[in-house]
Design a protein around this ligand. Sequence first.
Ligand code: ASP
Length: 310
Amino acid sequence: MTLAIAIHGGAGTLTRSDMTPEKEAAYRAALGAALDAGHGVLLRGGSALDAVTAAVTSMEDDILFNAGRGSAFALDGTITMDASVMEGHTREAGSVTGVTAARNPVLLARCVMEKTPLVMLGFKGADQLALDRGLECRPPEYFFTQRRWDAMQEEKARVEAGIPDAGVGEDRKHGTVGAVALDARGHLAAATSTGGRTAKWAGRIGDSPVIGAGTWADGTCAVSCTGDGECFIRIAAAHDVAARMAYLGETAEQASGQVIHGALAGLGSTGGMIVVDGAGNVAMPFHCEGMYRGMVDGRGRRQIAIYEQD
Ligand code: ASP
């Protein structure tokens, strides 16, 4: 019986110079809690779908991550969240975009997948589904964090002053959470959730709710991405990993490395992804300073890491 799970808390990490031992310990503890939540589901014989939703809800509830409670603000001062989920063996998928009230947008995406004939639902319609289906909803104050508000104000000022974003720390720009898992039945699933880019345009939709771009699962692998959403969409990043593995016979490591260090970097963009295949191999490449991440692979190796050399 091979079980595996990988999680990410976003490619937008604090720079090493901004990271204190206390902050690092807090991130590692939060990643460990999310990993254990998902891995625990697998150890109890639960499905990959339940495992990825357990891991992602854990991070959505933690203000350290840009998803759910700790979501980034858009330019107009609102918070709108995106999430998606996909199950490999059934090819069932669900996603939501522009939602404002669900405590756990990933559960709303799962609700779209399981309770509606749709794959993607956005804005008012998605908020209404959360109410109709009795999902836990929260008022705007629940999602307010001073740190994200300040980041939005600073981003806004930078853009208005026409200052290029070259020196801006990745954590200022983005962040996302995600999980991929392989369960005891050999089934794969992936889930992703985000508040989107800091100071994004109102109505902007990134890759996280786009099946094939930010999230993918089939019989070959499960993938969840984080980074410059527009570029992940333009290279169909998550699906491309599965296609390279299926058509070129590449390993998860090779395929994801090509997509991140080849296609994504080739567009001058940054980000990363997590991948698990049907044998429990895990790959977690990123092209930026760090990516909050963790995994327990098919051989039982456990890792929590932030930067390259961790
Ligand atoms: N991919 C997310 C988006 O574009 C943000 C991120 O992962 O940093 O909305």
